[in-house]
Design a protein around this ligand. Structure first.
Ligand code: HEM
Length: 224
């Protein structure tokens, strides 16, 4: 089966409007790693330790070049995108040839919508699929290129998200800086399990209610 665009705008020139929507999406996506870290305090401690060791007193201009050292923090983001993909259903495709998928005949011209969310939470492919466990990516070959079909946060094939490089570099850097510059806690003695995880799903998935956390500055002397 070939993946074919249903829409006319060319992929190389996404409209400004589309660009804005996706930027907003990347921005919204920032809540998810933060909230998962609040729900999993051990993960928060490990990620924060890693970031603070790597960024230790370094000039902020140098942070980007240190991202390669943040193996654990990047696994946290990978796991967040598994459980909370902003596009749970991939963009619609048209089947260009009649084919057989897992015993199902898919006729030419059928509109196909892939449920990436369901595959990323399937116990057929993941141990304790509903659990947030960043370490699962330590020895996993699942990456963002869309070749492992159980993990498609950026889609796959010809429709793979063209903003992937920009989205990841921004997301990883901002999460790392939030961990470096702030200590995070829950308001009014709230417990991690009380955090509201409601999601509104439309074309994209996003938190239903705003996230409220207490950020206390972690003061770092900076070398220039
Ligand atoms: C964490 C952030 C993001 C995630 C998880 C994400 C994920 C996705 C996914 C799953 C698709 C559909 C791929 C498919 O159906 O196979 C997609 C398409 C797309 N993304 Fe992203 N995206 C993100 C950020 C961005 C950003 C920042 C931009 C632009 C600057 C962008 C631009 C696009 C465009 C233009 C398409 C449509 C491609 C097409 O029509 O073939 N995305 N994205």
């Amino acid at each position: 089966m070939m993946r074919t665009s249903l829409r006319s705008p060319s992929k190389s020139q996404p409209s400004r409007q589309l660009f804005r929507i996706y930027l907003l999406q990347a921005q919204r996506q920032l809540h998810q790693p933060t909230i998962e870290l609040m729900r999993n305090p051990d993960t928060m401690v490990k990620a924060q330790k890693e970031v603070r060791q790597a960024f230790d007193h370094k000039c902020p201009y140098g942070h980007e070049s240190l991202m390669g050292e943040l193996h654990y923090t990047r696994m946290v983001i990978k796991e967040t995108l598994r459980l909370h993909p902003p596009l749970p259903l991939l963009l619609p495709c048209l089947c260009r040839e009649t084919c057989d998928i897992g015993g199902f005949k898919v006729n030419k011209g059928t509109r196909v919508i892939v449920n990436a969310w369901a595959m990323a939470r399937s116990s057929e492919y993941w141990d304790n699929a509903e659990e947030f466990k960043s370490e699962r990516f330590k020895n996993s070959i699942a990456d963002y290129t869309g070749t492992q079909f159980e993990y498609l946060p950026f889609g796959s094939g010809r429709r793979l998200c063209p903003g992937i490089g920009f989205a990841l570099s921004t997301l990883e850097l901002i999460v790392a800086r939030l961990l470096y510059y702030f200590n995070w806690s829950l308001p009014h003695g709230m417990q991690p399990e009380e955090l509201d995880m409601h999601t509104t799903v439309g074309a994209t998935a996003r938190r239903t209610n705003p996230l409220h956390l207490v950020a206390s500055p972690y003061k770092v002397p900076i070398e220039h």
